[in-house]
Design a protein around this ligand. Structure first.
Ligand code: MG
Length: 407
């Protein structure tokens, strides 16, 4: 415990993980985090509260892998400054929390919060931070107010009344010194998934967990009946919530198109989207001739207003002879990010008579997505033939049209 006492003196960075990866079975299987409350997703309300707390340095969002682009879109329409990453959740809550923690920078304190609690307030967050600084681990909770009955069996007859003295209903946020969290997870190991919250893991490791005041208003939206209640509570707060997207200015979404065509010759490699595909001909080009990567680069540069591929990677420059075009794409993404923008989605149409590309498209999408820094669902590739018409249709060239959006 001596080292914990030393940690209590530190006042370093504070990171937040907001978990919204679960689908609500009681809400008809919809993504709970994106359910609308007063025209704003639950996730948006929750992040607004943490953004408003000065002590919070960075926030990581954990959402379903198919909602990563939606979460970034929400970030782009909000006045958030602290969201540093959006990551895909795991198959259990603990794995989701783990992914989120891994994406945080080096933080002394980590707050974990459920996106399904959209009405958390800055005051609750500040109380949690203060309590975790003092005790190492702290959980928001409220005293149990209802009388509790125990019943077993199908008849649901009451067996006994549970003494509610000393009983608390746990909420989130739960705030931990990061050293306490890692010690607890190391001790508990794989059994961590048995616990329904992070404080449970810390308790099981025999480490102290303090309670700080949550609030009845910090309710969890788990049932359709909860929404009208949450709406009424939010309205009662008046102007306390951040304006929703429709009330803001229209977000600046940048769109760019790209086009490229490369001739095919024997004795060359056929590389599309970073994937080498066995074929009797391959692309003629100064680089590796990856016509899909080139069209995507032009779409990105176009959306960012940064010119075209030739102006950044000139065809007469010997440095780019035989270059890996995915590396050029990585550099183009770097230029886009340096200009304050971020890739959102890419859609491309590859016009190619042969070979058939369907089997290779999943790998192309994966490679493009990882280079673009987006989820694979944010990259779409369509393959078409040219019906035997002109040079593309005769199999002497492959052309690609691409469209990219940035935010
Ligand atoms: Mg080209």
């Amino acid at each position: 415990m001596a080292d914990l006492a030393v940690d209590a003196q530190a006042s370093g960075r504070i990171g937040v993980v907001i978990v919204g990866a679960g689908s609500g079975t009681r809400l008809g299987g919809v993504d709970k985090a994106f359910m609308q409350l007063e025209r704003r997703p639950l996730l948006g309300h929750a992040v607004d509260a943490f953004e408003s707390v000065d002590e919070v340095d960075e926030i990581v969002l954990v959402v379903g892998s198919h909602r990563i682009a939606d979460a970034w879109e929400l970030a782009s329409t909000s006045d958030w400054r602290k969201v540093v990453a959006v990551v895909a959740g795991g198959d259990t809550r603990q794995r989701s929390v783990f992914s989120g923690i891994s994406a945080l920078g080096n933080c002394d304190l980590i707050a974990i919060h459920d996106a399904a609690r959209p009405l958390v307030t800055a005051e609750i967050v500040r109380n949690g931070i203060a309590s975790a600084r003092a005790h190492g681990a702290a959980v928001a909770a409220i005293p149990v107010r209802d009388t509790l009955k125990r019943s077993r069996g199908e008849q649901a007859l009451v067996e006994s009344t549970v003494d509610r003295t000393d009983l608390w209903a746990a909420q989130t946020p739960q705030v931990f010194r990061s050293s306490v969290l890692s010690e607890a997870y190391q001790l508990i190991g794989d059994r961590a998934s048995e616990y329904t919250d992070d404080a449970g893991v810390v308790e099981a490791a025999g480490l102290p967990v303090a309670i700080f005041p949550g609030s009845v208003g910090n309710l969890k939206v788990t049932h359709p009946d909860d929404l009208p209640v949450a709406t009424a509570l939010l309205r009662a707060r008046g102007s306390g919530h951040a304006p929703c997207a429709q009330e803001r200015e229209v977000p600046s979404l940048r769109i760019g198109t790209g086009y490229d065509i490369h001739r095919l010759e024997t004795g060359r490699k056929f590389i599309l989207g970073g994937v080498a595909i066995p074929h009797m001909t391959g692309f003629v080009g100064h680089s590796d001739g990856d016509v899909l990567a080139h069209a995507v680069i032009d779409a990105l540069l176009g959306a960012a207003g940064l010119g075209d591929i030739g102006s950044h990677f000139p065809p007469h420059d010997e440095t780019f002879r035989g270059a890996d075009s995915m590396e050029l794409l990585r550099k183009a993404v770097g230029l886009v990010v340096a200009s304050g923008l971020r890739p959102l989605r890419v859609d491309a149409t590859v016009i190619c008579e042969r070979p058939k590309l369907a089997g290779d498209i999943p790998e192309m999408r994966r490679r493009l997505a990882s280079t673009l820094g987006v989820g694979v669902e944010a990259v779409n590739i369509k393959a078409k033939t040219n019906e035997g018409l002109d040079a593309v249709g005769e199999g002497r060239a492959v052309a690609v049209h691409a469209l990219a959006t940035l935010h």
